[in-house]
Design a binder for this molecule. Sequence first.
Ligand code: ARG
Length: 468
Amino acid sequence: MSHTPPKAPSANMMWGGRFANGPDAIMQAINASIGFDRRLSAQDIRGSRAHAAMLAATGILTNKDAEAIGEGLLTVLSEIERGSFPFRVEFEDIHLNVEARLKELVGEPAGRLHTARSRNDQVAVDFRLWVRDQCDAAVTGIEALMRAFLAQAEAGADWVMPGFTHLQTAQPVTWGHHMMAYVEMLSRDRSRFADARARMNECPLGAAALAGTSFPIDRQMTAAALGFDRPTANSLDSVSDRDFALEFLSASAICAMHLSRFAEELVIWSSAQFRFVVLSDRWTTGSSIMPQKKNPDAAELLRAKLGRILGATVALFTVMKGLPLTYSKDMQEDKEQVFDAADTLMLGLAAMTGMVGDMTANRASLAAAAASGFSTATDLADWLVRTLNLPFREAHHVTGTLVARAEALRCDLPDLTLAQMQAVHPGITDAVFAVLGVENSVRSRTSYGGTAPDQVRAQINRWKDLLP
Ligand code: ARG
């Protein structure tokens, strides 16, 4: 469709009644949000169509006008989707751009669309619709990553590896158990987005500028048409609330923090010193000068991305802090932060899903590392308690002495002879060697949620049933 855009008006055609002059060019630059809020186009048109239909149903608009508006808005939407829509900075934001174009397309009825509405409730509903979709997208992305961890866990449910505290070898655990720890973390992320979505699912449309309206609108109708559970109950709160954006950002930050932690493990694990995993070529880069290198760039970037998301979170909290009720233009600063955080999170989830799916755990390296570093010292202490009825503190001391012996002899605990052990505690018998093996160690951790392969498999099966 061809058209001639109108000359920029000297005073704004939407609100210029009391203005003799248009804005300074720099004012336009700081004031306009169309450069970024065009991402709300589809939501804006959806909200306006619901509003127009309601205005007709309540007799505030004629059916004829409402139909012209509804049809015109669909034309606008198709122009936007085709990329032919003339976004104009002089119309400030997406709301005024859509309305101005509608006026060009359908004429006089376009001016009636804004009855019983303000940009304040309009932007609140548009942005909620957008953030609500992002919550759904985040849930889907998280579930894909959970499935990738689940597949890794299933492949190596009983592979032994060192478990760490303070990044020091602590006790042997299983690969499956370590992978399933991330499934738990991600499941909390998933429920945070689902909770936030349920809480934000109230419709602010109809709050108008701040006080409600004297027109006999039907807010239940617009709420239902837009998929909300109910209308918001306080018009002042409706136009000044950005909790839904803050909750989305907070949930995103926690999720990105989880991605960052696994990213760090991948950086460590893929190093030549560890060799716990091999990352696929699809998620690594080479060095232009050191031919041996395979750098875990994707993991490093994922380790860093939380910085952006947390930055956006802090930025919006800072914008909202101390704002008096109700709407203030400060709040226009909400969108870029949320857009960037959402894009970053979705990219991060996709990259991590790919990386986890493609990585190969090195079972032999994991097993070798599991057996080193006196990882079964706790098993030895527990054996002394169980078999010789020593108080745990004494058993701890005896074990510590044995570790020091082994360290001095440059060997591991199972390499000590029975005589060397009995020199430290005469009650020790041959049977002790059974608990010093890492396989036995992990098999013995059968408490609920423990690292024993049977426990791990039970959790894997539980999640296979729970995940879509
Ligand atoms: N572009 C504005 C925003 O994003 C829309 C609301 C403007 N409302 C107003 N009264 N100026 O916040």
